[in-house]
Design a protein around this ligand. Structure first.
Ligand SMILES: C[S@@+](CC[C@H](N)C(=O)[O-])C[C@H]1O[C@@H](n2cnc3c(N)ncnc32)[C@H](O)[C@@H]1O
Length: 443
């Protein structure tokens, strides 16, 4: 269907949609139709056209957005679309569908797509977005969060929910209906219920960072580890309360509202927010098999990442985390670096290089160079030297531990603590693999 960008009136809308996707008519304000160029990796993986149409509300040229405003594609929508694993699935849910961009994309790899939102106008936008791109209109459900869905209904749930912590919930497209940052905990519990065993959720979210800076304990505390066989919380950006308020005031066209600014900053202060983190939570529910390999929940600061991971990289990441050996097993194994992993010295101020603080980089990884502590630096320098010298035999970590202690004079117990957590993280990230085990996936 051909179309040009701009306002779309009700008559045209009625002709396009044919059978109304919802009872009643949408409110008569015109919709905004804009072209959207999906990120390259997504285009390639899903076989998308160069450009897709997206229907939303038109941003007013000045003044605040209406409370029921439906946003078009923004940075968060693109992030969620990018990191969502795209293997074929039977049933997928876009929870809080807004313009419908996620539901549209799910239609390329899910047999059944459900799009839900608390806003009827958002459901109209979703129907129109799909119709304008000549794609089937998903099942549209007017719903408050995951409320109406059945246990085990979906293989995949994606959501960029309204997580903004505002003094009052005014804008439906973003303001959290739950106190402070508790929406994510509630969503994780609800979504675990509606996912099939082995199902996946990809959720964008935001959280309060307390004075001590420990964001991870708080976020991982929301996970019911029994249901989530693997759960990965990633910190992508952290802002001060002032930056946070600025960001959202500008977003809703309220940048000049000094009274709201003050009230909002006070609101965050009263909640004990030293900072606010943004990121994603990716969870995989237990497949329920008796011989299921171990999983785990982990938090990671990915602010140094070069780019966002693609859906395929995200899937590889959570797959690698399955069945990682425990401490005793790990000590009995050798390590091997990924083919394109390179160890470099940290350049201190452009003058001297610190020999005991190395960086591990990998050209094919979405992550930036990984700084290694001295104990890990020693280990990876040794593994690299053995690789270069083509030492044929597997040298286990248990053998390397006394060698490291002898060589450096460090306590073996301290070295062990560093190795056990650091090596598992680097295995999960694909920078290294266990010798004799399956090779690290290309990133
Ligand atoms: C940030 S927008 C995300 C839109 C779209 N999925 C995207 O990726 O661009 C959040 C959406 O959640 C919807 N929403 C707000 N409160 C909700 C609730 N209680 N239940 C379901 N959806 C809700 C809003 O109407 C809005 O469409």
């Amino acid at each position: 269907m051909s179309h040009t960008e701009g306002a779309l009136g009700l008559d045209e809308l009625a002709r396009m949609v044919g059978e109304p996707p919802l009872a009643g008519a949408p409110d008569p304000r015109a919709f905004d139709v804009q072209p959207w160029t999906p990120p390259n990796a997504l285009r390639r993986d899903l076989g998308l056209p160069e450009s897709l149409w997206v229907v939303s509300d038109r941003r007013p040229t000045s003044g605040p957005l209406a409370p029921e405003h439906v946003m078009g594609v923004g940075g968060a929508s693109e992030s969620l679309a990018t990191i969502t694993p795209r293997e074929p699935v039977a049933a997928a849910l876009d929870l809080g569908c807004g313009s419908g961009v996620q539901a549209l994309l799910l239609g390329y790899h899910a047999d059944r797509v459900v799009a839900s939102d608390i806003s009827p106008r958002a459901l109209w936008c979703t129907a129109l977005t799909c119709a304008l791109n000549d794609r089937p209109v998903p099942e549209l459900v007017l719903a408050d969060l995951a409320g109406p869905f059945a246990p085990d209904e979906f293989d995949l749930v994606v959501s960029d929910p309204p997580f903004v912590m505002a003094p009052e919930a005014r804008h439906v497209y973003r303001d959290s209906p739950a106190p402070a940052d508790t929406l994510t905990a509630r969503l994780l519990a609800d979504i675990a219920r509606i996912l099939r065993p082995g199902g996946t959720v990809v959720l964008l979210t935001s959280w309060l960072v307390p004075d001590d800076g420990d964001w991870a304990t708080r976020v991982l505390g929301w996970a019911d580890a029994g249901r989530w066989q693997r759960l990965w919380a990633a910190l992508r950006e952290q802002v001060t309360p002032e930056q946070y308020v600025d960001l959202w005031l500008l977003d809703s066209g309220q940048g000049r509202d000094a009274e709201l600014r003050l009230r909002w900053e006070h609101h965050l202060g009263a909640m004990g927010a030293a900072a606010i983190g943004f990121g994603w939570v990716l969870g995989v529910t237990s497949a329920g098999a008796a011989d299921e390999p171990s999983g785990g929940i982990w938090a990671e600061d990915v602010r140094s990442a070069r780019v966002l991971p693609t859906g395929a990289q995200v899937r590889a990441e959570v797959d690698r985390r399955q069945g990682l050996p425990g401490a005793a097993d790990l000590l009995g194994r050798g390590l091997r670096l990924a083919d394109d992993a390179v160890l470099t010295a940290v350049d201190v101020g452009g003058h001297a290089a610190a020999a005991d603080a190395l960086l591990l980089s990998m050209a094919s990884s979405w992550r930036g160079p990984q700084p290694l502590d001295p104990a890990l630096s020693w280990l990876f320098a040794r593994v690299t030297a053995d690789r270069d010298a083509r030492v044929g035999r597997t040298i286990t970590l248990a053998e390397l531990l006394p060698a490291c202690a002898d060589d450096t004079g460090w306590e073996a117990a301290d070295v062990l603590v560093s190795w056990l957590s650091g090596v598992r993280d680097l295995l999960g990230a694909g920078f290294a693999a266990l010798d004799g085990g399956p090779g690290p996936a290309r990133q």
